[in-house]
Write a new protein. Sequence first.
Lengths: 175, 376
Amino acid sequence: MGNTSSMLTQYDIEEVQSHCHELFEQQEILSLYQRFCQLDRNAKGFISADEFLSVPEFAMNPLSQRLLKMVDGLNFKDFVAFLSAFSAKASLRQKVQLIFKVYDSDCNGKVSFKDIMEVLRDLSGSFMSDEQREEVLRQVLKESGYTSDSFLTVEDFVKIFGSCKPEMDVEIPVD
Amino acid sequence: MSSTAGRLVTSRSELDLDHPNLEDYLPSGSSINEPRGKLSLRDLLDISPTLTEAAGAIVDDSFTRCFKSNPPEPWNWNIYLFPLWCFGVVVRYCLLFPLRVVTLAFGWIIFLSLFIPVNALLKGQDRLRKKIERVLVEMICSFFVASWTGVVKYHGPRPSIRPKQVYVANHTSMIDFIVLEQMTAFAVIMQKHPGWVGLLQSTILESVGCIWFNRSEAKDREIVARKLRDHVQGTDNNPLLIFPEGTCVNNNYTVMFKKGAFELDCTVCPIAIKYNKIFVDAFWNSRKQSFTMHLLQLMTSWAVVCEVWYLEPQTIRPGETGIEFAERVRDMISLRAGLKKVPWDGYLKYSRPSSKHSERKQQSFAESILARLEEK
C-alpha cells in the first residue's frame, strides 16, 4: 500500500487495523484515509510538515512543533497508529505511552528534568520565567518523591497517572 | 469628512484576527484553564488537553472543510444508467460545448467591434463613453453566462448607482463577478492574475473601474484602503463590489470578512450568492485548477444554476466596530444563502496563523499553573 490510490482494499484496511491494535473501526479507518489524502496534496504517500501546518488549528497549538517531529513523513499505517492513542478504546497505558513519547524527544526511554522543562516552556511560553518553571517543577517532583535529578520511565508515568485515564479522546467523523 | 474619520486604522500584520470571540468557535475542551486545587505532578505532566486539540485538528478541522470541493456522487454504475450517462457526455461535449464556444466567440466579436472604436473615438466625451462601455461590459458578461447555460434568479431590488455605497458578496469563484456584472456594471477590487485573465483585467475591466491588490505585499493593505476610499467618494464611479472573504470558498461555508470594506463610512449592501450543486460545483479551487480549466469545466456541464439575493443595505450602528459590522453582514449573507460560518481568515490559505493565538493559550496555561501554585 505504498502509493495512495483513492481506494483502499479490504486487505489494506485489515492490515492497518491490526497495526493499530484494532483500536479503530473499519469505517473510521476509511474516514482517516480520506483525511490523509486530503492533507497529502500531491499524493506522495505521506504528509509533509508544511501540509500539517496548513491546518491553522494545528499550527496554533503550543505543542505543534513537538508533534510535528513525531508525525512528519509518516505513511498512512503509521499515521493511524499514531492517532490510535486518541481512540476511546485505547487503554490508559497506551495513552500514557504517547504522552511519554511527547516528553521523551530524544527517544532514550527516559524523561529528565530538562525534558519536562522544555515541554513546560512550549506550553507557557514567555508568560512564565525559567525560574518560575523550575520552582514549580521542583516542588511537585519533591511532593511525589522524585528529585530534579530523577529520570522518569514509562512505568513511572503510568504510576503517576494512577488509575485515572487522561481525557484524550478524539472522535473520527464518519459520514 | 470630519478629521477623526480621516485615517483608516489598519493593523500591522496581514493576519490580525482581532475578532473578540474566536475562542467561542473553537473546541474549548481545555481543562487546563480550570483551577482544581493544589498542583500535583500528574497535573503538571498531563498535557492531554493540548494533545487532544492537536489530534482533533489533524483529524478534522473547520478551515480545510471550507475549501473542499465535493466531487459529485457517481450515479452511472449500472448497465441502464451508464449508456445514459455516456449519451449525456456526448451531448455535453459534442453538442453543447461547440454551441457554447460559438456563442461566446460571437459575443466577443460584437463586443470588441463596438468596444474598441468607442474607447478610441469617444476619448473626449467621458460620460457618454463610460455609459456605452458599461452597457457593453454587461452584454459580454451576459454572453459568458449564456455560454455556461447560466440560469440565474435575482431576488431583491437592483443595485443603483449612488455615491457612498459599497456592495459585498460571498465568494465562490471568479464567475461570481460575471454573474453579478451582467445585471449591473460594478467596479471591482481583484487580485491581479497572470495570463489572459490579467489581460482582460487591464483592458476591459479598467473601463468599469477596477482596483488591484496584491496579497503578498504587506504595505499593500494601506494603499488599497486609500484607493477604496477615493473610489467610493467619487460620484461618477460605478458601484464598488467587494468580496470581503478575500479568497474563494466552497459555497458551503463563509470565512471571516475583512473589515476594510466596512470601515469606509458608507452604506454596505450585502449580496448573497448560492449555487445549485446538482448541476455543477461552481467552486473554483484555485489550488487544483487554473481558471481556464475551471471555465472549460463549466462549459461542459449541463448548466450553472444559482440564486442571487440583493439584501437590505446596512450602515454601521453607533458604537459598533468595523469587525462587528462585518460579522453582522456576514450573518445576514450566511443566513440567506444557507452557509455555515467559520472563524478563520481566508488568507490562512496562503500563510500561517500569527503567533498571537498560541500565545493566548500559553498565557492561560501559565496563569492557571501560577494560580494553583498559590493554593497550599
